[in-house]
Design a protein around this ligand. Structure first.
Ligand SMILES: NC(=O)c1ccc[n+]([C@@H]2O[C@H](COP(=O)([O-])OP(=O)(O)OC[C@H]3O[C@@H](n4cnc5c(N)ncnc54)[C@H](O)[C@@H]3O)[C@@H](O)[C@H]2O)c1
Length: 142
């Protein structure tokens, strides 16, 4: 098992698909501390179980998070920093598919929701993560 990656990972949309696969892959490459966020806590439990089955020495914080909500994102990053003291890797993966329909039949509220999760969500997460990272000393690989 390689230890290419060291430090703490913060992954959104970690309850399934690409987010879950990314967490599992990061653990295979050395990450041991995970702050995993998702709007669906039940799905996050599945990721936690999968990670723990794969690696016995991982420390995992599960966070219910709505990436489209500024306060929820801020709280999630604060929780991760309170537990692990730092965030070294940020994977802003949470997202949704849009309505598969002709433009004229899509409600503006559906479009706004899509933008809110997929665009605002990434921006809100990276802003909070960067604010946290700027407070940290550089990660030592020694
Ligand atoms: N799978 C693909 O082929 C593909 C292609 C292009 C882009 N993407 C994008 O990659 C990302 C992951 O895709 P996936 O296939 O793993 O999707 P997925 O649906 O399996 O996983 C997305 C996760 O995000 C979570 N989520 C949804 N809304 C959220 C919110 N508001 N706050 C926090 N968590 C939320 C879901 O609960 C889910 O666990 C998405 O943004 C998707 O749009 C995927």
């Amino acid at each position: 098992m390689s230890a290419l990656l060291q430090g703490t990972a913060f992954v959104t949309g970690a309850g399934s698909g690409i987010g879950q696969a990314t967490a599992l892959c990061m653990a295979q490459h050395g990450v041991k501390r995970f702050a995993l966020g998702d709007i669906d806590l039940k799905k996050l439990d599945e990721t936690k179980n999968a990670l723990e089955s794969q690696s016995s020495d991982v420390d995992i914080l599960l966070i219910k998070l709505d990436v489209s909500n500024e306060d929820s994102v801020k709280e999630a990053v604060e929780k991760a920093a309170a537990k692990f003291g730092r965030i070294d890797y940020a994977v802003n993966n949470a997202g949704i598919s849009g309505p598969v329909a002709r433009t004229e039949s899509v409600a503006f509220s559906e479009w706004q929701h899509l933008m809110s999760v997929n665009l605002n969500g990434v921006w809100l997460c990276q802003r909070s993560e960067i604010l946290q990272m700027l407070k940290q000393d550089p990660h030592s690989t020694g």
